[in-house]
Design a protein around this ligand. Sequence first.
Ligand code: ZN
Length: 443
Amino acid sequence: MAARAAIVLAAAVSAACGTGQGRAPDQLEESHVNELARRYVGVVLAIGQHDPDYVDAYYGPEELRPTGSKRPLADIDRDAAGLEEALQDGPGEGTGEGQPAHELTRLRHQYLLRQLAAARTRIAMLSGRRLSFDEESQALYDAVAPVKTGADFEAVLEELDRRLPGSGSLIDRYNAFRDRFVIPRERLDATFRAAIDGCRARTLAHVTLPPSESFTVEYVTGKTWSGYNWYQGNYRSLIQVNTDLPIFVDRAIDLACHEGYPGHHVYNVLLEKHLVRDRGWIEYSVYPLFSPQSLIAEGTANYGIEVAFPREERMEFERRVIFPAAGLNPADVEAYYTVQALVDRLSYAGNEAARQYLDGQIDATAAAQRLIAWGLYSKPRAEQRVRFIDQYRSYVINYNLGKDLVAAHVEAVAGAPDPARRWAAFTGLLSSPRLPSGLAHGR
Ligand SMILES: [Zn+2]
C-alpha cells in the first residue's frame, strides 16, 4: 500500500502555489508545506514547555528545540492560527481546479490542520478553558465515544456471574479467579521476553522493518499507566512496564504487542522510515500526545494484538509458551481467556466513568466504584485508573473506541477475512498520515 501511494505522490500536482522559477509546481508546494511543517514542530515543542505530558517523542533537528524561558501561550496560539490559515490554501478536498489532490498529499494537509486544531485546544485548556468530556475528545482526538449505561453491561455481567464459581459478590469471585493468573515477579522478565519474541516473529513475517530497529525494557513503579513506549528515534524505543500492581498473564502478550510489535514501536518505526526519512516530513518527528494521532496510535496498538495473534493462535501460544514461562498450568488457558473475553466487552465502562467524573457528575470515589461495578476493576486498579483519568482525561477513549475504529477501517480496506490482506491494510495504516475522521467505516 505504501509503495503504491509513493508512486502517485510523485505525480501529484498542487495548484496551491502556482508556478515558480524553474521548479515544478509540486516541488514548490512540497517545499512550502515542509516549511509550514517545520513551524508546526516549533508550536508543538513550545507547548511542551508548558505541559510535561504533551511531547511524547521528538527526534527531529536539535535546533528546533526551544531554549530559554517559556513563550506565552497566547503567542504560541497566534503562531498556530497563522499556520492554520496558511494551510487552508493547501490541497484540501476537491481543490486544484476540481481535481482531487492526491490522497497522500491531501492526508498530509488534513493531518497538519487537525493536529494544529488539537494543539490550539490544548493551549486553551492550559489557559484555563473548560470543555465537556465529549467536546474535549472531539477537539483533541477527532472522535466522540458512544454513551453507554449500566444496562449495556448487564448481560455480560450476568454471563460472568453464571461462569464464576463460589460464593460472594461477582467482583470478589472475579478477583479470586483472576488472582490465580498473576505472573510471579521473578518470572516477569522471562515471560515478557517470550511474549515479545512471539509478537516480533509474527510481525516480521508480514511487515518489513529496518534491520537496526530494537527496544529496551525497563520495570518501573509509581506511574498511573501499566506500560509506556517512549520512542527515541533511530528506530529505537524504551518500553517501561509498571509493576505497582500484580501483572496478570494476559498482559504478557497484550503489552508486548501493544507497546512493541506490531503496536507503538512498529508504528513509530514505520512513520520514521516512510514519512520522516523517505519523504522528509518533519512533522512526524514530533508526537504530541494530546492529538488525533493518539487515537490511531492506541487503536492500532490494541487492534494489533488480534492481528498478530488471532484467537486460536493465541491460545496455542499461551499453552505452549506463556503459561509455562509464568509457571502457570496450561490446562487453564481456555477457562481464563473465556472469562477475559467477556471482561473485555466491559471496556466502555471506563469511558463512562471518565465522562461522568470529568463532567463533574460524580467524584473520584464514585468513579472508582463505577469502574469496579461496571468494568470489574479491582479496587487498587480502579484507583490507579482514576489517577490516570486525572492525568490524561478523555485520552481514555483512544484505547477502546480507537481499537473499534481501527478494526472497522482495516477490515473494510482488507475486504476479506484473509490474514495477509489484514496485515497489508493494517501496515498501510501504520505508515500513513491518516487520522480518525479519515478512517474507512465498516459495514
Ligand atoms: Zn498505548
